[in-house]
Write a protein that binds this ligand. Structure first.
Ligand code: FA5
Length: 345
């Protein structure tokens, strides 16, 4: 029996040495040390031995089992280490290889225009205001002197959510909201934001676009203040040599109302394809806040006056960067957007 045991030990140790991976090693463990393995069988057969032989053989079987177990564990450790080394080898990187190019984004041209205008006005003491894009009919129209059924509403048809709730057609409702909130205090705000109209998309129109509203309310605010402010804006956005021109216009919420043109930055006023040979380019609508609008918001129109303007942000960006189609701003074409990268860095 002793000889049988020694033979068995040799056999297992060879199998352990030969096992090439953890799976094979486990199979050896199950085959030799398992409940149905030969070592267990030997232990079971001990009953047939004499009383003197039994402890001797018992000790021997245990020694063999311990030795086999120790060898197995050692081999498991070896195989695990080899597996880790192989994995490290596979995953090793050559740090001297050139890295993958990381593409750095840049601000959208509209964001740049908006931020530039915000900076300019904040520097002149204006605060930045915000208003909801889903707006009440009251603020978008009625509080701006555009009662229900007013014909001027046709110029700004929009997307209605309910009869009283709509996507705002301009940033002017923020005028009404701010006046209402400030309860008679003086105001100097600039308000950029998205607006929506039921306009057919073409090279110069989009159903969604951006406006930047300006509003100043105080004592003795005059048309000349508006003109001076817009002159600063034109020079900042298009160059120090730019002039502005005010043309009479109509908005129900301002009186008098004007359209503001800037002298063409391409031809300097001579007339070219950009200014359609007129020497001037229209950039915004503006005017003195209508007394009805002041009164509706709780201001005394005999004591205070104000001016307001609404700039089309895309219009400014198109002129400033020579973009010929407004849709470029909204199609997310990186070939278009990446052109603004150079100017950014
Ligand atoms: C207004 O929206 C007035 N709220 C502006 C205003 C504010 C006047 C304060 C007086 C006082 P208007 O509809 O003209 O005005 O639009 C202003 C600017 O928005 C236009 O000059 C134009 O640049 C831009 N705009 C208008 N419709 C579109 C459109 N569909 N797509 C792109 N830009 C547009």
């Amino acid at each position: 029996m002793e000889q049988q045991l020694t033979q068995l030990e040799q056999e297992v140790l060879t199998k352990i040495a030969e096992a090439a991976d953890l799976k094979a090693l486990n199979e050896v463990r199950v085959a030799y040390l398992g409940k149905k393995g030969p070592i267990t069988d030997l232990l079971k057969g001990m009953g047939k031995l004499s009383a003197e032989e039994r402890p001797k053989m018992g000790a021997l079987v245990n020694t063999v089992r311990e030795n086999v177990t120790a060898q197995l564990e050692q081999k498991v450790a070896l195989l695990e280490e080899a597996a880790i080394l192989a994995q490290l080898e596979n995953e090793s990187i050559d740090v001297t290889l050139p890295g993958a190019q990381v593409r750095i984004g840049n601000r959208h041209p509209l964001t740049r225009v908006v931020e530039e205008i915000e900076d300019l006005f904040v520097g002149m003491g204006y605060e930045i205001a915000e208003g909801p894009e889903v707006e009440r009919d009251y603020y978008n129209f009625e509080a701006l002197n555009l009662p229900k059924g007013h014909p001027a509403r046709d110029m700004q048809d929009t997307f209605y959510i309910t009869e009283e709730l709509l996507l705002r057609t301009h940033t002017s409702p923020v005028q009404a909201r701010t006046m209402e909130a400030k309860k008679g205090e003086h105001i100097r705000i600039i308000c950029p934001g998205k607006v929506f109209r039921r306009d057919a998309d073409d090279a110069t129109h989009s159903h969604q676009f951006m406006q930047i509203e300006g509003l100043v309310i105080g004592e003795n605010i005059r048309m000349s203040d508006l003109k001076g402010t817009l002159d600063v804006l034109a020079k900042k956005m298009f160059g120090a040599e730019r002039e502005i021109r005010l043309r009479p216009s109509f908005f129900p919420f301002t009186e008098p109302s004007v359209e503001v043109d800037v002298s063409c930055h391409k031809c300097g006023g001579e007339g070219c394809n950009v200014c359609k040979k007129t020497g001037w380019i229209e950039i915004l609508g503006a005017g003195m806040v209508h007394p009805n609008v002041l009164e509706m918001a709780g201001y005394d129109s005999k004591k205070v006056s104000g001016f307001a303007f609404g700039i089309g942000a895309e219009r400014i960006a198109m002129l400033k960067y020579g973009v010929d189609d407004i849709r470029h701003f909204y199609t997310n074409d990186t070939r278009f957007l990446s052109q603004f990268h150079q100017a950014e860095v």
